[in-house]
Design a protein around this ligand. Structure first.
Ligand code: NAP
Length: 464
């Protein structure tokens, strides 16, 4: 059986063994992978033995730079960055050679590609100048970004990054930045510091500095407060981070680092084993199983049973129940429907977005989502990144029967009094169906009780 390992110190927190176990299972390729604590003083001896045992290694803190002197060759990226996070052992003429790669570069590029952001000719703000920041700086240079503003605590490290990377991309200018630097046209902000990461001692004062950086960026000429500006936090623990929140508060779209983690591991697998045969399935499994889901979101049309099922499910699991429409009621002292009618759609949606982001920061929760909460594509991505999304479906006829007499009916019918309720539900359902179908799985509830739906969710998610 092929085998590999991740080395570092400390290493017990690493998600890599789980990552490669999932890939190996879905691909049907036996592959054992372990996490090994290697102290800096033992790295040389370890590498001598490793080439006889493993086909490859993942490398993490504190060995990413030191390991270079122990390798026989480097990929272009690893050479340019001066950092290696993946080692490949190759047999050549009866000798085993070691080659260092940096898969964070491809991992970041692939994760960014998913957000469909075009950065060519635009500018990027990079927070941090450590190993991960270097990989990001190199990747965005390769993608044709025009200027990269580097905000880092120690200026010395930003200057070194600029020095080392300036020759790697002829169209990209790397600029050490501070609160006085003139910046413009920012379409992407990347956090490559550990601030906000679970287990990192994050000081409020450090975050405060970056809050000011965000304010500066949001006011900069040419920066759009829409889906065209993305805040990408490399952190994935927690899944919703303080930097993502700062992004939202400034009107930007937020992404966490989980996809980058997944894509850099896939790239390593491709180097060691070869191209993935079941890429879509691997991605689905990794997203679902890598981080044990601590949030279950229920979506579906009004009347699909979200609130009742959420209550039963939360009780069954001993998790907290959150009903986003109820939170709207608490904040506005009006029902969700009345809030929509009296305060207007944009007020309602903004409040719904804020509430959703608060929810993303809570663990072990079952969340009944408002019927239109996932209309915004970014909300859908955030929810799917943070937990498992279940679609409770029902036919228009069933929904009409369940909704008869409900006080939330008025806003639903407000705009078109001439059509019947069933016709109106049917129309809205057909408009929203494709968005609901993006859920991780669907349960047809027409003939089921809430207890039956609950049991099916628990069974499907293998929670008991
Ligand atoms: P690193 O080489 O140690 O660099 C850390 C960077 O953060 C440096 O620029 C450092 O600034 C800055 N920093 C540290 N503490 C700070 C503080 N209190 N206030 C302000 N700035 C501070 O670490 P790294 O390997 O680049 O990793 C950085 C983050 O990226 C980590 O959270 C890591 O988990 C994440 N990451 C994620 C992925 C992924 O796949 N999603 C991949 C790689 C890394 P100074 O230069 O002033 O010290």
């Amino acid at each position: 059986m092929k085998s590999g390992a991740v080395i570092g110190s400390p290493i017990s927190h690493s998600l890599s063994p789980r990552l490669f176990e999932i890939i190996s299972r879905v691909e049907g390729v036996p592959f054992s992978f372990e996490a090994i604590e290697v102290q800096p003083g033992n790295l040389k001896d370890f590498m001598e033995d490793a080439k006889k045992k493993f086909i490859g290694l993942s490398v993490t803190i504190p060995h990413k730079e030191k390991i270079i002197g122990l390798l026989d060759g480097l990929s272009n990226e690893a050479k340019a960055l001066g950092a290696v996070n993946c080692v490949e052992f190759l047999e050549e003429k009866n000798k085993i050679l070691s080659v260092g790669h940096n898969t964070d570069v491809d991992g970041f590029k692939e994760a960014l590609r998913e957000s469909e952001l075009s950065i060519k000719g635009m500018n990027v703000a990079l927070l941090g100048a450590g190993g991960a920041a270097r990989a990001v700086a190199y990747a965005i240079g390769a993608l044709g970004c025009s200027e990269v503003y580097i905000f880092n605590r120690s200026e010395e490290r930003s200057l070194k990054l600029v020095d080392d990377l300036s020759s790697t991309s002829k169209n990209t200018k790397y600029i050490p930045a501070n609160l006085k630097t003139e910046i413009k046209d920012v379409c992407l902000i990347v956090n490559a510091t550990p601030l906000g990461m679970t287990s990192f001692d994050t000081k409020e004062v450090d975050l405060l500095y970056f809050k000011k950086v965000f304010e500066k960026i949001s006011k900069a000429k040419g920066t759009k407060k829409t889906n065209d500006t993305v805040v990408f936090d490399l952190i994935y623990k927690p899944l919703y981070t303080p930097f993502m929140k700062m992004g939202f508060e400034n009107g930007f779209v937020e992404k966490n680092g989980l996809k980058m983690l997944i894509f850099q591991a896939i790239r390593a697998w491709e180097i060691w084993v070869g191209p993935l045969q079941n890429k879509e399935k691997v991605l689905r499994k990794l997203r679902r199983d890598l981080v044990k889901p601590e949030r279950i979101f229920l979506t579906g049309f009004m009347g699909s049973g979200k609130s009742t099922v959420a209550k039963t499910l939360a009780k069954n699991l001993g998790w907290t129940l959150i009903d986003t429409d109820k939170l709207i009621e608490e904040r506005t002292k009006l029902s969700a429907g009345e809030t929509f009618l009296k305060k207007g759609e944009s007020f309602f949606r903004k409040l719904e977005d804020e509430i959703l982001r608060d929810v993303l920061q809570k663990n072990k929760t079952v969340i009944a989502l408002g019927g239109g909460a996932l209309i915004r594509q970014n909300n859908l991505c955030l929810v799917k990144d943070a937990g498992v999304l279940v679609y409770l479906s029902a036919q228009a006829k069933t929904l009409k029967e369940r909704l008869n007499g409900s006080k939330n009916l008025r806003p639903l019918l407000a705009h078109e009094p001439s059509v019947t309720l069933e016709e109106h539900i049917e129309r809205l359902l057909s408009e929203r169906e494709s968005q609901y179908e993006e859920a991780d799985f669907k349960i047809e509830t027409d003939t089921l009780t809430d207890r039956e739906v609950t049991s099916m969710i628990i069974e499907k998610m293998e929670l008991k």
